[in-house]
Design a protein around this ligand. Structure first.
Ligand code: PXG
Length: 440
């Protein structure tokens, strides 16, 4: 029970992305979970409006996944994947290829989204080198992008708070302009009308740096962490065309949009784009075991498969790349997604979700509502001089009323498990309406 905890009990754990001192004076604790709900340490049920941290796409504690990792832990706890193998890692990779966009025939395993991003960036640079273009080393991200917290991902990322503490970061990095445009696109339903031309910003960077120095562009199909910024109609196609014209690899960071969030298996499917590399994590194991995967086309993979066959082709990998328990979780998770049609279920619910979201228009301080698939955001005008306070208060208020949402900046983001029922969507928005009407 939280009443029994003292400040000292909470001291040791330095919490990530958390206001530690504030949290520890009034902790919020989950002790169990089942499908759409968490249970708190004081026995309250909380509707999960965020699929944990955008990862529990099949809902919580699904027996098939739980049993798979229990069995695997007892059968083969760890096996190296450097110069050795175990069957589950090959099975997990094959299953991923089967649901990946066409042409993505190879999988490199990591343990998180951040590691997937680092892997993709290194792959892009090494790919050009392998083809004799060793000057193509520059990496292009986008303002307001989030690509995890490691040094490469922080460098190509575009959220000032995530960057400013860490010095000059990597050299040889530049950023496209972001696509968020409240003036022209506020309260758009789905993809906004205006802004496809912002993709031409890549031509500006090509003119500045020259294509012969640029390895890759990395973008999220939908910039979720920065507040669910949805690409304007035509933007991603235009960006992909410019990349192809200049032999610049397109990395789509699908750590959130992968595994059904938008209503198609991947964002690349949803937007009809053919990137070169796709980074994933989160939903790959339903959040149960840390895991990530980089999906690559044969074009990328085969460029490495040259030289004497006893020589390592890519000097990169993690001790836990393809850890047996994580692979068992991948297999059981993908089977669950397929058995229950979850990779496309968001498409069936998208219209209902959109109506429910946009019904919040007109509530106090709401300056924009955005939706796509089974995700969306409500942007609030900030308290003058106190950025983030407005959304944070509403996050706490929602939690107290039995709903978990995410506050990012002054935006409330939503991304429920893909098993959500319409009645639960109603419940979610009933609570949120009360919160938006009454919270200070
Ligand atoms: N790329 C993208 C697009 C992400 O959204 C990462 C990389 C990094 O993944 P890992 O597994 O290293 O955390 C992410 C992670 C939030 C939130 O609420 C978003 C993420 C993580 C935690 C919170 O916005 N995205």
């Amino acid at each position: 029970m939280s009443a029994k905890l003292t400040t000292n009990d909470l001291d040791a754990f330095w919490m990530p992305f958390t206001a530690n001192r504030q949290f520890k004076t009034a902790p919020r604790m989950f002790v169990s979970a089942d499908r759409m709900h968490y249970t708190t340490d004081d026995g309250r049920r909380v509707l999960d409006g965020t699929a944990g941290l955008w990862c529990v796409n099949a809902g919580h504690c699904r027996p098939k996944i739980v049993e798979a990792i229990q069995r695997q832990a007892a059968a083969l706890d760890f096996a190296p994947t450097f110069q050795m193998g175990h069957p589950k890692v090959f099975e997990a990779a094959s299953k991923l290829v089967n649901i990946a966009p066409s042409g993505f025939n190879h999988v490199f395993f990591t343990n998180s989204g951040s590691e997937s991003v680092e892997t993709a960036l290194k792959m892009a640079i090494a790919y050009h080198r392998a083809r004799g273009n060793a000057s193509k080393v520059r990496l292009i991200g986008r303002e307001r992008g989030y690509h995890g917290v490691n040094l490469g991902g922080t460098s190509v990322g575009g959220i000032a708070n995530n960057r400013k503490m860490f010095g000059a970061l990597m050299t040889g990095v530049d950023h496209l302009r972001h696509t968020h445009d409240l003036e022209r696109n506020a309260f758009s339903r789905g993809e906004p009308e205006h802004g496809a031309e912002l993709a031409d910003d890549l031509e500006r960077l090509v003119a500045l740096h020259d294509a012969s120095t640029i390895a890759a562009v990395i973008v999220e199909p939908v910039a979720c962490s920065a507040g669910v910024l949805i690409p304007p109609k035509g933007y991603l196609t235009r960006l992909a065309d410019i990349c192809a014209r200049h032999d610049i690899l397109l990395v789509m960071d699908e750590v959130i949009t992968g595994f059904g969030r938008l209503g198609a298996p991947f964002g690349a499917d949803y937007f009809g784009i053919s990137p070169d590399i796709i980074t994933t994590a989160k939903g790959i194991t339903n959040g149960v075991v840390p895991m990530g995967a980089v999906l690559v086309t044969s074009k990328i993979h085969d460029a490495f498969m040259t030289g004497p066959d006893y020589v390592i082709e890519f000097f990169h990998g993690y001790t836990y790349s393809g850890n047996p328990m994580a692979c068992a979780a991948v297999i059981a998770t993908l089977e669950t997604y397929q058995e229950e049609g979850l990779l496309t279920r968001a498409a069936e619910l998208a219209r209902y979700w959109e109506e429910a979201m946009h019904a919040l228009e007109g509530l106090p301080h709401v300056i924009d509502i955005r939706n796509i698939g089974l995700t969306g955001a409500i942007e609030l005008d900030p308290v003058p001089g106190e950025p983030t306070r407005r959304a944070y208060r509403r996050f706490v208020d929602a939690f107290e009323r039995g709903l978990l949402v995410r506050a990012t900046g002054d935006t409330i983001a939503l991304s429920p498990p893909l098993i959500i029922e319409k009645a639960q969507i109603d419940e979610l928005f009933d609570i949120l309406t009360k919160v938006l009407k009454t919270a200070k």
